[in-house]
Design a protein around this ligand. Structure first.
Ligand SMILES: [Zn+2]
Length: 59
């Protein structure tokens, strides 16, 4: 894997967009502000990127 800090979804770097750091199951990830809503509301869509992520049941 690259050492470049980039969004797990769109691969944009912190040179292009604001990135947020988070941890899941002991691993560290970066996600951009555009994709934070995906992580919050459509977590199941990230299952291939974050194996084991629980599907959210919002609204
Ligand atoms: Zn992104």
């Amino acid at each position: 894997m690259s050492k470049t800090k980039s969004c797990i979804v769109c691969q944009q770097t912190d040179q292009e967009v604001p990135l947020l750091k988070f941890k899941f199951k002991g691993k560290k990830y970066m996600i951009c502000s555009q994709h934070v809503p995906v992580l919050i509301h459509k977590a199941h869509e990230l299952d291939s990127l974050l194996p084991g992520i629980p599907a959210s049941e919002e609204n």
